[in-house]
Write a protein that binds this ligand. Structure first.
Ligand code: HEC
Ligand code: HEC
Length: 345
């Protein structure tokens, strides 16, 4: 990691020429004001192709040993970056088979000649997949969110940073009755994390009872979870526990964006699973045979529900989303951003 690699990665993250028709940059689906997620239930790639999954927030993504909702094999940011650019299932930025065009465009840009030289002097400023993915990863590792009101209260000793209501919500979150903290654990509110002091990373995939199609515990075929990668029946509906940092800003929720608000998320857990009344996905999630045993349901008074939501909102880190170091580095009207679209609100 170096400041120059990060600066290059930031330019690439905002550059829509990384997509086939020049309309999508990474930032198109990972917007700072939404905690680097977007507002669509399902992401939409070039030519309007809809993905089967919700774009994820990127706060503290550098601490995750496994990336995306359900692929246990994606273990580095360098490798993950290839998926949106070159992936075809679904097609996001649509550059499969267009590597040469991409590198010709970047090489013809005087800004990039300078930026790549500064970032990779040891490789003579080489403009390649190797350097491009390393720079994107370096930028993403700087996306650290650690100054929310909850952080200031919990780690900064500032009693006043958190409202009484959010403090009551914190107690509920960490209570055995609700069990939230078992899966949404640690500094990042996910049991998927790594640190240099750990002998091996911790990875948590769970089924939280969103679907129970045909009373057999099935999830929609388009996004069945970990089973898609392991082929094991018990992995049906298991997804990586998402971080809850900036969760207020990353709606809609769950791997398929199928829950619109935090209140509905809490009601989902209260019921111990979701009941889908009609249609192809009908079923009673609470009765799913694959549901995690920690999702048992519980009762909350209206004030308690509001307390819990106030706690979740206290994870919103305003200085993170407004951090100028993460903002668009390109001058207005630059070819990198001329046709760039942002995922619609
Ligand atoms: C068309 C929208 C779209 C674009 C463009 C896009 N992403 Fe994503 N991103 C997603 C979706 C959807 C997911 C979840 C994918 C999944 O689970 O299969 C995701 C997941 C990720 C993750 C995993 C986060 C986590 O918590 O595990 C990272 C990192 C990421 N994207 C980085 C990037 C980078 C870097 C780019 C640009 C090269 C990019 N994305 C472009 C939609 C997009
Ligand atoms: C058994 C582990 C487990 C427990 C217990 C649990 N969660 Fe989750 N949570 C998950 C998983 C896994 C997902 C993603 C599921 C999916 O997308 O299919 C999730 C998703 C969420 C989301 C949506 C985040 C996003 O970015 O889409 C929120 C909010 C959330 N949980 C809050 C809570 C709260 C509050 C509690 C306690 C009442 C709780 N969770 C208990 C595992 C758990």
């Amino acid at each position: 990691m170096s400041a120059e690699k990060v600066a290059l990665g930031r330019h690439l993250f905002y550059d829509a020429r990384l997509s086939r028709d020049g309309t999508l940059a990474c930032v198109s689906c990972h917007l700072p004001q939404h905690g680097f997620a977007d507002r669509r239930p399902l992401a939409v790639g070039v030519d309007g192709e809809r993905a089967h999954r919700n774009a994820m927030g990127l706060a503290n993504v550098g601490y995750l040993p496994v990336l995306t909702w359900s692929n246990p094999n994606l273990t580095s940011l360098e490798f993950q970056a290839l998926i949106p650019i070159f992936g075809t299932h679904p097609e996001e930025m649509g550059m499969a088979g267009r590597e040469e065009t991409l590198f010709a465009t970047l090489s013809a840009d005087a800004d990039y000649q300078r930026l790549f030289r500064a970032a990779f002097p040891e490789r003579g400023g080489e403009i390649s997949l190797f350097t491009l993915t390393r720079a994107l990863a370096a930028f993403q590792r700087t996306l650290i969110s650690a100054t929310s009101p909850y952080d200031r209260y919990k780690y900064g000793g500032d009693e006043m940073a958190l409202s009484e209501q959010a403090k009551r919500g914190e107690a509920l979150f960490f209570d055995h009755r609700l069990e939230c903290y078992h899966c949404h654990s640690g500094f990042n509110f996910t049991n998927t994390w790594q640190s240099s002091r750990m002998p091996f990373p911790e990875v948590g995939f769970h089924n939280n009872g969103l679907y129970n199609i045909g009373a057999e515990g099935a999830y929609p075929r388009s996004a069945p979870g970990l089973i898609e990668h392991t082929g094991k029946a018990e992995d049906m509906g298991r997804f990586r526990t998402p971080s809850l940092r900036n969760v207020e800003l990353t709606a809609p929720y769950m791997h398929d964006g199928s829950i619109a608000t935090l209140e509905e998320v809490v009601r989902h857990y209260e019921a111990g699973g979701r009941r889908v009344h009609a249609g192809p996905n009908a079923g009673i999630g609470a009765d799913s045979p694959f549901k995690d045993f920690l999702i048992q349901g519980f009762r909350l008074a209206d004030e308690e529900r509001a307390d819990l939501i106030a706690f979740l909102r206290s994870l919103t880190d305003q200085s993170f989303i407004e951090n100028r170091a993460f903002s668009d580095p390109w001058p207005v009207g630059h070819p990198a951003t001329q046709k760039r679209r942002m995922s619609s609100e």
